[in-house]
Design a protein around this ligand. Structure first.
Ligand SMILES: [Ca+2]
Ligand SMILES: [Ca+2]
Ligand SMILES: [Ca+2]
Length: 296
């Protein structure tokens, strides 16, 4: 039952995020989309990342599957908007909920980092450059590793990982990369309230990467959701979180240069990088409530 509830919440969340972001972008830019195309991608797809994993110049998809089996599915792109049947790889952890792309060993081939909620770690799958991936290697991250993002936080040219840690004591775990596909032990930074998603950008324009972490707010009402900004210092550490209230629960956060009609917090943030917030009702679902009640 727990798997089903969690999967439902994550899928609902993904759909809500996609709908809000694309609707806002379409309204702002006057664009439209062709009818959607559906492709199978595992039992409970929870997160998707994009990259050219076989080097044919066509973008492919990597999909974390939080369902039974804990797979990472790769759908090679045909270059015309369609994708081949998924090829499943063991994600290396239990209940992978998030996937991010980077070249973690510097061989020019894209690799994957996967946040595993129930094994509290990040698994790294090095790419072979042909669309396949080597067996996952795991690195501890923290309780309920729910989201992962990639950036070079200490400026050594090696990609690092930021992982949202959703259960006590919570925070954002930063795993500095060694450049060979391995990562150092996590260093966890306070990020405010319980939180589930992390995004990377330079929010204050100092050339150093910062973190944006969304928070659902406080159980059981979830009316005090927020997004916290953790400014990067450039050495792999981050300043104390600065929260920006967003009202009801904020489940996911993405970063973009805002345009008219898009949801943003322009008055509270410098420069032109703002948030696109996905506020949703998903956490009112019984399954979602159980998801976040766990461990309290
Ligand atoms: Ca490709
Ligand atoms: Ca690589
Ligand atoms: Ca680095």
């Amino acid at each position: 039952m727990r798997l089903s509830n969690k999967g439902s919440a994550l899928v609902w969340l993904g759909l809500a995020v996609t709908h809000l972001l694309f609707t806002a972008a379409a309204q702002a830019q006057g664009v439209s989309f062709i009818n959607r195309l559906d492709f199978p991608a595992g039992s409970v797809p929870s997160c998707v990342a994009v990259g050219d994993f076989n080097g044919d110049g066509r973008l492919d998809l990597a999909v974390a599957d939080v369902g039974v089996g804990s797979y990472l599915s790769v759908l090679l792109g045909n270059g015309d908007g369609s994708f081949q049947a998924p090829r499943n790889f063991p994600a290396g952890g239990y209940e992978p909920s998030s996937v991010a792309v980077g070249d973690f060993n510097g061989d020019g081939r894209l690799d994957l980092a996967i946040a595993n909620i129930s094994s509290n770690d990040v698994s790294v799958m090095l790419g072979n450059g042909d669309g396949s991936f080597q067996a996952a290697r795991n690195f501890p991250a923290g309780n309920y590793a729910s989201s992962v993002a990639v950036g070079d936080f200490n400026g050594d040219g090696r990609p690092d990982l930021a992982v949202a840690i959703s259960l006590f004591p919570g925070g954002v775990a930063v795993l500095l990369g060694n450049g060979d596909g391995s990562f150092q032990a996590p260093r966890t930074f306070d990020a405010g309230n319980p939180h589930g998603f992390v995004a990377v950008a330079d929010f204050n324009g100092d050339g150093l990467l910062d973190l944006a972490v969304s928070s659902l707010g406080t159980y059981p009402e979830y009316r005090d959701g927020s997004v916290s900004i953790l400014l990067g210092t450039g050495d792999g550490s981050f300043q104390a979180p600065r929260p920006f209230p967003v009202g009801r629960a904020s489940g996911s956060v993405a970063v973009g240069d805002s345009g008219r009609g898009q949801r943003r917090l322009r008055s509270r943030l410098p420069r032109r990088l703002h948030f696109h917030l996905a506020r949703h009702r998903g956490w009112e679902l019984p399954g979602a409530a159980k998801l976040w009640r766990r461990g309290r």
